[in-house]
Design a protein around this ligand. Structure first.
Ligand SMILES: *Cc1c(COP(=O)(O)O)cnc(C)c1O
Length: 363
């Protein structure tokens, strides 16, 4: 049994679109793709008059090195969001198959499933935001083709231990693909599980340059997986997914200069996470700051709605996550620059005091 037996038969059988770029290489005069022969104004040598490489070799090389996988185990797309969508479309038959998620978690898994008319089976996290591996395994029906695990989880910030990932991968072999979303792993003090891909053919890992690499605007995300899974998804991916300026920005970001810059900001974010977490816990009106391994804090308030409004009035936007299960009293606060974090704390302190004044005034 191959992991591809889990995929939709018609996707495995289909003839993919063959682009001019894929069909020919090695020429000097390009009259094969109906492009303009002239660069646009302000192009500065980038070459935007030509279609980009479908999977740019230099970027694949840089990302495979960064993530410690082989080139054929990596698919690069428009954010990891694109990989989530491709996975659901390749593995879930509309109206028949399903994905399994553990709310509260990242919203795109369920959105992509709904677009494909795949089912969404939910196994809630424990009250302390940890994952119940036995409950997940017990909920896997034959319809479930994809199990998404987000670690560190958005919006709670908790980690799923490596042993749990291994247990799940092992138990799901031949039944479902296990997709570990590590969008925030750079902020955690644990290693990626990408080294396990060679051991478990049904394991896939999502990584992104959007968070720790400061490139959300460039939309560069990767799927690390078994080479057969990567090759399958390439068949249904649009021919030229990655805009040239975005590839250029990513290569700069991954250069020695870019890596040094990212490391410096990572250190700041971790230090600020510790500082903010303590400072927030001391504020009256704050019930709990969930332990976080990401670049945000989930914070429980006596009155999260009021806290949100006071922050907004001070021009500070945070994410209202009260609609998520178990987070009915919480806001998710991204770690910003030290100055921005100070503005957030100041706004919350004044709101607490204003709140007390109202109570005192009415007493
Ligand atoms: C931000 C985020 C992503 C999306 O990342 P992109 O690469 O920007 O598409 C994926 N998963 C989780 C959990 C996220 O929080």
């Amino acid at each position: 049994m191959s992991v591809l037996d889990l995929a939709r038969a018609e996707i495995r059988a289909m003839q993919p679109y063959s682009s001019a770029r894929m069909e020919a290489s090695g020429g000097k005069v390009f009259l094969n793709a109906n492009e303009s022969a002239w660069a646009p104004v302000g192009d500065d040598g980038l070459g935007c008059n030509r279609y980009p490489e479908p999977q740019p070799a230099a970027l694949i090389e840089a990302l495979a090195t960064l993530y410690g996988v082989r080139r054929e185990q990596l698919l690069v797309g428009r954010g990891s969001d694109e990989a989530i969508d491709l996975l659901v479309r390749a593995f879930c038959r509309a109206g028949e198959d399903a994905i399994l998620i553990q709310p509260p978690t990242f919203g795109m898994y369920a959105v992509c499933a709904k677009i494909q008319n795949a089912g969404v089976i939910e196994v809630g996290l424990n009250a302390d935001a940890t994952l119940d591996v036995d409950a997940v395994l017990a909920a896997v029906t034959p319809a479930v083709k994809l199990v998404f695990i987000c670690t560190p989880n958005n919006p709670t910030g908790q980690l799923v231990p490596r042993e749990s990932i291994e247990r799940l991968a092992e138990a799901l072999a031949g039944r479902a693909l296990l997709i570990v979303d590590e969008a925030y792993v750079e902020f955690a003090e644990v290693a990626s599980v990408s080294d396990l891909i060679d051991r478990y053919e049904n394991l896939a890992v999502l990584r992104t340059l959007s968070k720790a690499w400061a490139l959300a605007g460039a939309r560069i995300g990767s799927l690390l997986a078994n080479a057969e899974v990567i090759a399958l998804l390439r068949r249904i991916m649009p021919p030229y997914p990655l805009p040239l300026p975005c590839v250029h920005a990513a290569l700069l970001g991954l250069s020695g200069w870019g890596q040094a810059n990212a490391r410096e900001h990572l250190a700041t974010i971790r230090a600020e996470r510790t500082r903010l977490s303590k400072a927030l816990m001391q504020l009256p009106g704050v019930r709990e700051v969930l332990p976080s391994h990401a670049n945000f804090l989930a914070v429980r308030f006596d009155d999260a709605g009021a806290a949100y409004q006071r922050l907004l009035a001070a021009g500070v936007l945070v994410r209202d996550v009260r609609r998520y299960p178990n987070l009915g009293d919480a806001l998710r606060i991204t770690i910003g620059t030290p100055a921005e974090n100070e503005q957030m704390l100041t706004a919350l302190k004044s709101s607490v005091m204003a709140g007390q004044n109202v109570v005192e005034g009415s007493a």
